[in-house]
Design a protein around this ligand. Structure first.
Ligand code: AHR
Length: 655
């Protein structure tokens, strides 16, 4: 029933009249590569929204590990058990340690029983049976004699791992121990158990899985990075998004505060903490910067992606305070950009290059792109952009500057930005569109008529936002992914104009999200790909090197008879790759006419489809994933049938 309704819906709103079962022909000229596809074309947009960093990619399990949240005991709870007593006093030594001023004095009176301090984690802690967890604390004993043991407690309040710590000295020092878990639990807690009588000062209380991405201590959650790796992203844009701008300038992202020893990285409130009302608010959302700029560069390198940092340009979020730095006073902001280029690319004799080396990476990161401002608009943006670009281009002509077209796909701000930026010979303009599936279908030809001589496009944030039939918010439904795929054939066909593109946002915690849809959903133990993820993957893993002409009756296929197509050749792997998206509710017989193909060769087809337009996957059930069909040895004519509502990638070897 739902399926029938869905087909009617898509038929009415999206497709127009559908043809009979006549065979359509797509002519692909395989010997005439048109324009190159940027090797970085299909990338990812990372923003610390939806608990994507703390509580997500950054594998730390302890929330508020050094009591620096606005409410210092948020996430922590102390209580005496079995006759033991104790209390916590939060101390602030701002004059000695301005970036990490607070620590806790635990006053223990527990010759009998114990005083316990529990941390709830990020909506619990994901613990896996048999896995090792590394605990550490900065601590010192100031009075009496107190012992401390560390316990992982399951959601049923039973212990699933523990270790007794060595004693503390009278000076702050790091004490570490590891625990092997005896059970799996997505909502475990950490418990510190104090016995004896006396006082202990503690700070930087940390619990990490030993099995992080590449086994790096204090590193990233392995399963989440593996999902990113599966996309083979051409670039990683970081750290956002509105997070770059901040609600006000004080709250902006400052990369220098995110590098160096983690205990010196100054925590700030995450701007998504207060942006939305319950249930999407997140009073416990802060940025510890354990995932900072060094880690972003390293991740980009690990994944073979170009790093694409976006920096604040002296403007706070225009949806919030819209504060700006007065013109002529932007020097510190511009200096941050210059220093970032040094941090990424300079030799180790340079101050910032040396910091990179001290952090473990003497080799440069080969930064090529830099964004000035996120989603800014208006003359105030152009004025500030001019100040930035004049200095940056004079000192670093090799860096490609990314500029903003504002928050919408069209309209006053968009037109103003484009006309001004064209006059200024901008290189790469960042366009954002969060629109309906219908918009994505209608805009599959958006770039066909863009000026070939003007600035290039970075489709930097996009996602089809549909409405779920049963809940008010959007989800990652099949209709959203299908319409994005149709649209992406237009990005690919216009790869001479669209040099980079990324879906947004990237990640969301199922119990702590602020914004949806998102490309990847996870809980504390499991990660799941959305249909939109697979669409991105089908394009990014099959990007090719050059665009080919792919036409029906001499015209690009941009929705005629509700089918969308693009084609590329991969001159390195010697393949021709054709993408065909069928958005009707019926099968579509097609003949691919590969003009110029002289030999038979192995041909395969990957198909992504679903029976219902509003189906979506969850972390417990991935309902939509691609299947591969072997088409066999084919020469220049390939007959196939496109399934209803399907994304299809056909690959033929070229000898
Ligand atoms: O992707 C979520 C938000 O959407 C980004 O932070 C911002 O750039 C855009 O408005």
């Amino acid at each position: 029933m739902i399926r029938k309704q869905s087909i009617i819906v898509i038929g009415m709103f999206l497709l127009g009249v559908q043809g009979l079962m006549a065979q359509s022909v797509l002519d692909v000229r395989i010997n005439k590569p048109l324009v190159p596809v940027s090797p970085a074309m299909w990338g990812i947009f990372f923003e610390d929204i939806n608990f994507a960093a703390d509580g997500g990619l950054y594998a730390e399990l302890v929330k508020n590990r050094s009591f620096e949240f606005d409410q210092p005991m948020m996430g922590w709870k102390g209580e005496g058990v079995n006759g033991g007593k104790g209390s916590i006093l939060i101390q602030n030594q701002n004059n000695i340690s301005p970036n990490n001023p607070r620590y806790a004095t635990v006053n223990v009176n527990a010759n009998n029983g114990a005083f316990i301090l529990r941390n709830e984690g990020f909506r619990g802690m994901g613990i896996k049976e048999g896995a090792q967890y590394n605990f550490s604390v900065m601590g010192r004993q100031t009075e009496g004699w107190v012992t401390m043991s560390v316990h992982i407690i399951g959601s049923n309040d039973k212990e699933i791992g523990s270790v007794k710590l060595l004693s503390f000295s009278s000076a702050f020092q790091k004490v570490s121990a590891s625990i092997t878990a005896t059970a799996t639990d997505a909502k475990a807690k950490l418990e510190l158990r104090f016995t004896g009588t006396g006082k202990l000062d503690i700070d930087m209380i940390s619990l990490f899985p030993a099995d992080t991405w590449k086994g790096r201590p204090g590193g990233l959650r392995k399963d989440l990075v593996q999902m990113l790796d599966g996309l083979k992203p051409g670039f990683i844009r970081f750290p956002g998004g509105c997070i770059v701008e901040g609600k006000d300038l004080q709250n902006r992202y400052q990369w220098k505060k995110t590098v160096g020893p983690i205990e010196d990285r100054k925590l700030i409130m995450n701007r998504w903490n207060v942006e939305f009302r319950a249930p999407r608010n997140a009073p416990d959302y802060f940025q510890s910067y354990g995932l900072g700029f060094y880690e972003y560069f390293l991740l980009s390198e690990d994944l073979g992606a170009e790093p694409l940092p976006i920096l604040n340009c002296g403007m706070a979020c225009q949806y919030n305070t819209a504060e700006v730095v007065p013109l002529g006073q932007l020097d510190p902001y511009i200096q941050d950009a210059l220093d970032l280029i040094d941090f990424a690319n300079a030799s180790t004799t340079n101050e910032w290059g040396k910091l990179r080396a001290d952090m473990g990476h003497p080799q440069p990161f080969n930064l090529k792109y830099l964004g000035v401002g996120n989603e800014q608009w208006g003359p105030q943006y152009i004025d500030r952009y001019k100040e930035f670009v004049s200095v940056l281009k004079a000192k670093h002509p090799e860096i490609i500057i990314v500029t903003s077209a504002g928050p919408s796909s069209d309209g006053e701000h968009f037109d103003f930005a484009w006309s001004e930026l064209k006059k200024l010979d901008a290189e790469l303009i960042d366009e954002h569109y969060y629109k309906s599936p219908e918009w994505f279908l209608k805009n599959a030809n958006r770039y066909d008529n863009y000026d070939r001589k003007g600035p290039k496009v970075f489709a930097g944030e996009y996602a089809a936002h549909g409405k779920d039939s049963t809940v008010p918010e959007s989800r990652n439904t099949w209709i959203s992914a299908l319409s994005e795929a149709a649209f992406m054939t237009g990005l690919e066909r216009n790869a001479d104009v669209v040099r980079l593109s990324s879906y947004a946002p990237l990640m969301a915690h199922v119990d702590a999200w602020q914004w949806r849809p998102d490309l990847i959903w996870f809980d504390n133990l499991v990660v799941a790909a959305t249909p939109n993820y697979y669409v991105q993957q089908l394009f990014s893993n099959n990007k090719g090197t050059h665009v080919l002409s792919a036409t029906q009756n001499g015209k690009p296929l941009t929705g005629q008879d509700s089918v969308y197509a693009s084609a590329v050749v991969d001159s390195i792997n010697k393949q021709v790759i054709i993408k065909l998206v069928n958005v009707t509710g019926s099968e579509k017989p097609f003949v691919l006419n590969l003009q110029g193909k002289k030999n038979k060769s192995n041909t395969t087809m990957k198909v992504l489809t679903a029976d219902e337009l509003y189906t979506y996957s969850t972390v417990n059930s991935e309902r939509i994933r691609p299947k591969e069909v072997v088409l066999g040895e084919k020469k220049d004519k390939i007959s196939l049938v496109l399934k209803p509502m399907s994304v299809n990638v056909i690959k033929a070897a070229l000898k």
